[in-house]
Design a protein around this ligand. Structure first.
Ligand code: GRG
Length: 296
């Protein structure tokens, strides 16, 4: 395992990149346009935060990397599919993502819907295929990721987000929406590694669970702050979109400075959950700080 965080992040990023490449059908396999679009959705950039959280939590719990590959890949595929849907005209109607045309702009709307539709089941196929994980644990992973993705997770949060356009929500309501829309996949990323850890104590399981919930909300508040304070060239999407769509956001409710404070308070609280893990949680700590301090 590389010594520095930068090297470790590069190592895990490269690892998940290769695994994603191996599970996605080649672009020249029919239907070519669909497979090309699926690859575009996954390989048009992306920080790979969810897979990195899977690997870093695995590192914290002393797990073998091989068993972490399937949840890392599955969560990134689900994330990629959600971004494609999020950008569609019926949702946020964006034409720029990761500094490139969104999928429906690069291809067409029908292809974008189909590519996202195909990325989602591929995620579950990857879990089902994972020979490095015991069948009962595979079932638990399917349930974890399906719930995180569905109406009690990300999709439910997105529905709340769309319903809140033009309305004012309380801070509590906004955080509750964030914990589903964005937090559910972040939380599932760390919990997926915990599921793979045989004999994990209840205290440690609860600490990982609370860490995931807390850093997931912080992730979305930071995303909101980037939308207000960032530059389009740096963040790779048009800034000010939340205001244009009259979204209910945390900075919109309390202002930039209070939103930053809340984000930092959530980071501190998330880091406290890792106290018991000592140096084994250093990569996870590094990632938590990165989530709150990132520039894109
Ligand atoms: C499940 C049927 C079904 C639909 C999906 C569209 C949708 C429902 C949910 C969208 C949820 C969403 C897009 C939340 C925003 C999360 C967020 C802040 C994404 C940006 O994540 P980064 O910064 O992106 O990790 P990169 O580009 O680095 O991968």
């Amino acid at each position: 395992m590389p010594a520095t965080f930068d090297q470790r992040i590069a190592y895990y990023t490269e690892r998940v990149q290769e695994k994603l490449d191996s599970v996605l059908p080649p672009a020249n396999r029919p239907p070519k346009r669909l497979h090309d679009a699926m690859r575009y959705a996954v390989f048009n950039g992306g920080k790979r935060v969810r897979p990195l959280l899977v690997y870093a939590t695995g590192e914290c719990l002393g797990l073998e990397e091989q068993a972490l590959d399937a949840p890392a890949v599955a969560l990134e595929l689900i994330h990629a599919f959600s971004l494609v849907h999020d950008d569609l005209p019926a949702m946020d109607n964006d034409d720029l993502r990761r500094g490139k045309p969104t999928l429906h702009r690069q291809f067409d709307e029908a292809t974008a819907i189909l590519a996202a539709d195909a990325l989602q089941p591929l995620a579950f196929s990857v879990i089902a295929d994972s020979g490095d994980i015991q069948p009962t644990t595979r079932n638990k992973l399917v349930k974890l990721i399906a719930d995180a993705c569905g109406s009690v997770g990300m999709t439910g949060g997105q529905s709340m987000d769309l319903a809140a356009e033009g309305r004012s929500l309380s801070g509590e309501e906004i955080e509750s929406m964030y914990s589903l829309k964005t937090g559910a996949l972040i939380h599932a990323s760390v919990v997926s590694a915990a599921l793979l850890s045989a004999g994990l104590s209840t205290e440690r399981e609860s600490a990982i669970d609370a860490f995931g919930r807390t850093i997931g909300i912080a992730f979305q508040i930071k995303d909101d702050l980037l939308d207000v304070e960032g530059e389009t060239e740096t963040i790779g999407k048009h800034t000010g979109a939340d205001q244009r769509l009259r979204k209910a956001t945390y900075p919109g409710l309390v202002g930039i400075s209070a939103a930053r404070e809340r984000c930092n308070a959530l980071l501190r609280s998330a880091l406290e959950q890792l106290d018991d893990f000592g140096a084994d949680a250093d990569s996870l700590r590094w990632l938590a700080c990165y989530i709150v301090e990132r520039g894109h």
